[in-house]
Design a binder for this molecule. Structure first.
Ligand code: HSE
Length: 300
């Protein structure tokens, strides 16, 4: 038996919700091909599209490592699995690249084993993959990659993951400036302590954003997309961040910010047309300052 699974890119944090909010897009994403074989053990046969950047060692690669973890959990370490990973999105882009691979792998093995776990129950296994990829098992990429749509990670211990409604006609305009920002480094640079007044601003915005989703009020979502805790530090790593913001807002964004730990940036819009205008303007600017970029427009 063989199965082919696609899992999507995700935008984590959604500006104000560091480690607690994320949403999935339609594309790009990664693909995993998996088959059951006689010989026990999990083998990662090949990876394409990664320019040799990812480990083939089945304990170090997030896909095979989380599949092993899953099989141990269900008590089926006798099972033989062969995996091919086809990377179809950039690595280290802030678009949940490792999550997309891990989630595709977990979804595949769960299907092959007869759907023993629900999508929500797969989240902790995917978090293990994040721990391997960037040193911390955050869930704001993996949860939306598995569950789709917008997701809130209300609590990590115990894990409490909630699907949020997505307003009609909401689009994401994503631009990936091809500069290097490893998630591990981008996490280390954040201040560990916050001022009470900043915390007040932040939780007001998180609640505002979630309210906006429930009220179908994209303007409220947009004006809640403010981050006084993480963005001031991380935005320094992104070329002309404030120019990119200006171009987004001028072309119809309701809000703009860093996708995950960057360097990708994203804007939310009320229609596809604005999203296309935004990516076009931002890519043109990045081109002018000699930075290569990739762009994606997707309904959320
Ligand atoms: N919440 C994580 C971070 C997402 O910002 O480090 C990483 O993509």
């Amino acid at each position: 038996t063989e199965i082919k699974v696609f899992a999507p890119a995700t935008v984590a944090n959604v500006v104000c919700g560091f480690d607690v909010l994320g949403f999935a897009v339609n594309a790009p994403g990664d693909e995993v091909v998996m088959r059951l074989v006689e010989e026990p053990g999990v083998r990662l046969l090949k990876i394409t599209g990664d320019d040799g950047k990812l480990p083939l060692n089945s304990d170090k690669n997030t896909v095979s490592a989380s599949v092993k973890h899953y099989l141990a959990h269900i008590g089926r370490e006798d099972v033989g699995v062969e995996i091919e990973l086809h990377k179809k999105m950039p690595i280290g882009s802030g678009l949940g690249s490792s999550s997309a691979s891990t989630v595709a792998g977990l979804y595949a093995i769960n299907q092959l084993m007869g759907n023993l776990l629900t999508a929500k129950e797969l989240v902790p296994f995917a978090m293990k993959g994040e721990e391997i990829a960037c040193g911390y098992g955050h869930a704001d990429n993996v949860a939306p990659a598995i569950m789709g749509g917008f997701v809130l990670v209300r609590s990590y211990e115990p894990l409490d993951v909630i699907s949020l409604p997505v307003p009609q006609g909401m689009y994401a305009a994503i631009v990936y400036p091809e500069v290097d920002v490893p998630t591990k480094d981008a996490r280390q640079m954040i201040r560990a302590k916050v001022q009470l007044k900043d915390a007040v601003t932040q939780w007001g915005n998180v609640a505002g954003l979630v309210s906006g989703l429930f009220l179908n009020d994209l303007d409220l979502v947009g004006r809640s997309m403010k981050d006084v805790l993480v963005e001031p530090t991380r935005s320094i790593l992104i070329p002309d961040f404030e120019v990119l913001r200006k171009l987004a807002m001028e072309n119809g964004a309701v809000g703009f910010g860093i996708s995950g730990s960057g360097p990708s940036v994203f804007a939310l819009t009320k229609d596809e047309e604005s999203a296309k205008l935004i990516t076009k303007a931002q890519q043109m600017h990045l081109h002018q300052i000699n930075i290569q970029s990739q762009a994606y427009v997707s309904e959320v």
